[in-house]
Design a protein around this ligand. Structure first.
Ligand SMILES: NC(=O)C1=CN([C@@H]2O[C@H](COP(=O)(O)OP(=O)(O)OC[C@H]3O[C@@H](n4cnc5c(N)ncnc54)[C@H](OP(=O)(O)O)[C@@H]3O)[C@@H](O)[C@H]2O)C=CC1
Ligand SMILES: O=C(CO)COP(=O)(O)O
Length: 303
């Protein structure tokens, strides 16, 4: 493919995405804050602008590009987070700033290190524009990376974002050595929680059972490569959040996502017991063993 594309962000995910496009003969241009070039100038003539920065960087990137993107250019967001100020998703922020551009969400069970090792993986590209989703599918598809299109961008984006909170809980569960029964119960009830708030946000139920929902939940909650899992695991060892984050390689979006979800759940009276306990654990209000007792001793209910 000869299409000119740009990847914004040279972190773990931006780097892996750039390698995936190179398999197809693309020569992506890559922008990072340290590259010394002007982002607004670099996006000119790009068919696709792929944002792989962490949530905290998204508003700043949008500001840098505000007057520089033409309406035909496809914006791809690969960030899994929620904006602390507005409580919006990255795709919603991009849409607010560029209402006439096609926006594509790229999300799935995609640990960057496994992709860097050349292991096979699958992902989802979701958009309200089928043409845009097809173009992005073509750019990324290869024998190592199977790309599915989808027409539920909010569902795809929320699955990949909210599972980070459950991954913190899963790391805690494994750190406490609670066994497979407990872990399966946690993941299954975690998925119920993702679906409850995801439906409120307008996501389709079936999307949360797909690759970007259940698929990413399974990967992230079962892999010590996941930074969110590592946060939970570290807290279970009795370390403080500050200590855990100081030793973490890269971003654990679940920490901020938990705070935003709590606000949304409170405002709209959405029942999210696992998220509430992850929040209290992150804030140091309870210990990991106390969180388990609190989860198990809630009122009895039907499944
Ligand atoms: N790593 C993974 O396995 C996967 C990660 N993701 C998601 O991708 C996003 C990035 O993750 P990852 O690459 O792993 O994180 P890293 O911590 O490795 O990198 C952070 C990235 O965010 C950028 N960034 C941070 N703050 C700012 C800012 N204020 N302005 C501009 N850019 C900023 C950095 O930019 P710079 O390059 O300029 O330093 C860097 O590219 C996250 O939302 C994550 O959930 C999704 C799928 C897989
Ligand atoms: O989203 C991911 C895998 O799909 C990466 O997970 P972490 O951000 O927890 O490392």
């Amino acid at each position: 493919m000869n299409d000119r594309i740009i990847i914004i962000g040279a972190g773990a995910w931006g780097d892996a995405l750039s390698k995936l496009t190179q398999i197809n003969g693309c020569e992506p241009i890559i922008w990072s804050r340290s590259c010394g070039r002007v982002l607004a100038e670099m996006v000119t003539d790009c068919v696709a602008i792929i944002s792989a920065v962490s949530m905290s960087g998204v508003p700043a990137i949008i500001e840098r590009l505000r007057d520089s993107i033409a309406p035909h250019q496809i914006i791809v967001t690969a960030t899994k987070g929620l904006d602390a100020r507005t409580n919006l998703t990255p795709a919603q922020l991009w849409h607010q700033a560029f209402p006439n551009n096609p926006i594509v969400v790229l999300s799935g069970p995609n640990l960057s290190l496994e992709i860097q090792q050349g292991l096979p993986a699958a992902t989802v590209v979701a958009s309200q524009s089928a043409d845009a989703a097809n173009t992005i599918q073509e750019i990324f598809s290869s024998p190592k990376f199977r790309v599915y299109t989808n027409d539920d961008p909010i569902g795809v984006e929320l699955g990949g974002t909210i599972k980070n909170v459950i991954a913190i809980a899963a790391g805690t569960c494994d750190g406490l050595k609670l066994g497979n029964n407990a872990k399966s119960a946690l993941l299954t009830r975690g998925l119920a929680e993702i679906i409850r708030i995801g439906q409120y946000w307008g996501g389709k139920t079936e999307t949360f059972y797909g690759l970007s929902g259940l698929g990413d939940l399974l990967t992230t909650c079962n892999s010590p490569l996941s930074r969110n899992y590592q946060v939970g695991y570290g807290l279970a060892q009795g370390r403080t959040l500050t200590e855990v984050l100081a030793n973490l390689q890269g971003t654990a979006e679940g920490v901020n996502t938990t705070k935003v979800l709590i606000q949304i759940a409170d405002r709209n009276q959405i029942y999210m017991p696992i998220t509430v306990l992850v929040d209290r654990l992150l804030q140091g209000q309870i210990t990991a063993p106390e969180a388990i007792v609190a989860l198990m001793s809630r009122d009895r209910k039907s499944e």
